[in-house]
Design a protein around this ligand. Sequence first.
Ligand code: NDP
Ligand code: ZN
Length: 186
Amino acid sequence: SNPSTLSQLLETAHFAALAHGQQRRKSPSQPAYIQHPLHVASLLAAPESSLHPHPPVEILQAAILHDTVEDTDVTEEDLRRVFGPVVTRIVLECSDDKALSKEARKQAQIDSAPHKSDEAKHVKLADKLSNLRDLMSSEGRPSGWSVKRIQEYFVWSKRVTDSCIHVNPGIGAQLDEIYRQGTFEV
Ligand code: NDP
Ligand code: ZN
């Protein structure tokens, strides 16, 4: 990759790390929140991803930024100014409408997924893969989740990713493996 691409990615990681600040993931060891968006981007760049070996930098940037508008003080205008229209549009496509109830947001993700751009579908797939990987292990998942709640998350996640999987068969295969075995450490 050329030097300006690497520079853009590092600038994006720095921006997202500052934005997420002291936020933590919900698992017992409470890792820094930025761990998750970086994992999502790394899943899209990895050899198993169908974007390999030339993942578009805007998709990786959107992956790194995918939870900023939803979960931090960062606004659409901030993103547009710093990262431009393409990255901003992908991040917004991946952001829930916080005016909706949690239940309505879950349904909206299912209903809107088929209509998203291919770029946003890549990010959605890797986002779900990252969260499912966390949920599969007792150290990765939020403490106190019942087996029923984990299973419901798997079922919902599959409903979202079914309409996106065609854009990235490499990530799709990893999701299928998780959905097929359907087992997790308790
Ligand atoms: P979610 O079920 O949406 O929580 C999962 C989300 O938390 C993930 O999508 C992820 O989102 C984020 N997250 C943070 N840390 C982790 C981690 N370690 N592992 C996995 N995901 C992580 O929770 P809500 O609190 O929003 O709950 C709302 C919904 O949960 C309700 O609408 C209901 O459907 C369901 N529910 C079910 C219960 C049950 O017992 N069956 C009980 C309570 C709620 P991101 O990528 O954005 O960080
Ligand atoms: Zn996420």
